[in-house]
Ligand binder design. Structure first.
Ligand code: NAD
Ligand code: UDP
Length: 358
């Protein structure tokens, strides 16, 4: 069974490729490496002991997508490739619409020509916009509030139109909440460019000493401790969710959206404490003004995925923080250096924290 994974070198894609390979799927990766590093793929091979075909290709180039489909017997596609920064999408919206939407339309067009009509699409909880009603279920009215979120919402609509035009399609749209964590091997993880926007990469860089302190954006929300609450989900749980969605699209026809979250919210301060415990480092912080556009509370109702995909998240907050820290500790410059070079002279992590390098 051959699965094309677009964006397979990225954060969530690389973890999903590990799970696919470990389950015996044949994996073909298409990525233009605009936000990833080929080193990630070497490490996917190091973890799994398996090789796979990789195309350094852009979804905006339809000819190359055609080449990928003509050279491989593809059964289904998991489509991660896209630009994902909310702030950047406000600054360069046209590039976001071009890349995310045109890329998806090109992909679906070629899939349709080759009769490959099974698709798992990376959507996002950002499609729900600023809703006050939690937990958020899939029936919540959509209303993305930034260009990035609107690309996801519009792609969901395009995929709906596609299915209505041809009911041979089978499409799962996965709305992720807040993916964090890393593979327990410490070999792959999130490798943001420049200053991280998201909470966990920022906290882990503070713990590592490469940033001075965390700015907490607001402590006056109507939450347990005044800081924002989110549904953090371990990237390995998320990756496994894709395998369940893949089974669903392979065995049925239709289109549906599923929340992938834990159903549990943690505040910024709870995350700081959990990370301090995992890393045995203190995380200095200052309280700053609220970040514009931030919701106070956001967490999923994950029941639909549990009932219809037979999937639920299993990894708790401590494991999420330990795995993030292991990745950060052994890869202070991410994929810019090989793993072997980065671990030279490092005190083994278990001596400092009591948890082992698997
Ligand atoms: P990522 O940036 O690490 O991975 C995306 C990959 O797609 C990168 O390897 C990038 O090089 C590639 N890519 C981008 N445009 C491309 C193009 N035109 N052609 C070929 N390759 C291209 O992001 P991620 O965190 O792994 O996210 C994967 C998907 O999940 C994205 O669609 C993102 O919007 C969505 N998502 C992510 C989060 C999150 O917090 N990480 C949350 C919700 C949804
Ligand atoms: N946050 C913070 N400082 C940071 C980054 C994030 O206080 O440097 C807060 C943010 O206000 C939100 C939570 O952490 O309450 C999660 O933010 P993130 O950007 O990771 O996810 P999102 O808000 O997109 O769900």
């Amino acid at each position: 069974m051959a699965i094309l994974v677009t964006g397979g070198a990225g954060y969530i894609g690389s973890h999903t490729c590990v799970e696919l390979l470990q389950k015996g799927y044949e994996v073909i990766i298409l990525d233009n490496f605009s936000n990833s590093n080929p080193e990630a793929l070497k490490r996917v091979t190091a973890i799994t002991g398996k090789d796979f075909k990789t195309y350094n290709a852009d979804l905006l180039d339809k000819q190359t997508i055609i080449q990928v489909f003509s050279e491989n017997e593809i059964n289904a596609v998991i489509h991660f490739a896209g630009l994902k920064s909310v702030g950047e999408s406000v600054a360069i919206p046209l590039q976001y619409y071009q890349n995310n939407m045109t890329g998806t339309v090109n992909l679906c067009e070629v899939m349709s020509w080759y009769g490959v009509k099974k698709l798992v699409f990376s959507s996002s909880a950002t499609v729900y916009g600023a809703t006050d009603k939690v937990p958020i279920d899939e029936e919540t009215t959509l209303g993305a509030i930034n260009p990035y979120g609107r690309t996801k919402q519009m792609i969901e609509e395009i995929l709906g139109d596609l299915f209505r035009s041809d009911q041979a399609w089978s499409i799962a749209m996965l709305r992720y909440f807040n993916p964090i964590g890393a593979h327990p091997s410490g070999l792959i993880g999130e490798d943001p460019n420049g200053i991280p926007n998201n909470l966990l990469p920022y906290i882990s860089q503070v713990a590592a000493g490469s940033r001075q302190r965390l700015s907490i954006f607001g402590d006056d929300y109507a939450t347990k401790d005044g800081t924002g609450v989110r549904d953090y989900i371990h990237v390995v749980d998320l990756a496994i969710g894709h395998l369940h969605a893949l089974e669903k699209v392979q065995s049925t026809q239709g289109i549906d959206a599923f929340n992938l979250g834990t159903g549990r919210g943690y505040s910024v301060l709870e995350m700081v404490r959990a990370f301090e415990k995992a890393s045995m480092k203190s995380i200095p912080y200052t309280i700053e003004r609220r970040r514009p556009g931030d919701a106070a509370v956001c967490f999923a109702n994950p029941e639909k995925a549990r009932n219809q995909l037979n999937w639920q998240a299993n990894r708790g907050i401590d494991v999420m923080c330990e795995d993030t820290w292991r990745w950060q500790y052994y890869n202070p410059v991410g994929y810019k250096e090989t793993f072997d070079k980065q671990i030279v002279g490092k005190t083994p992590l278990h001596q400092a924290t009591g948890f082992l390098m698997p």
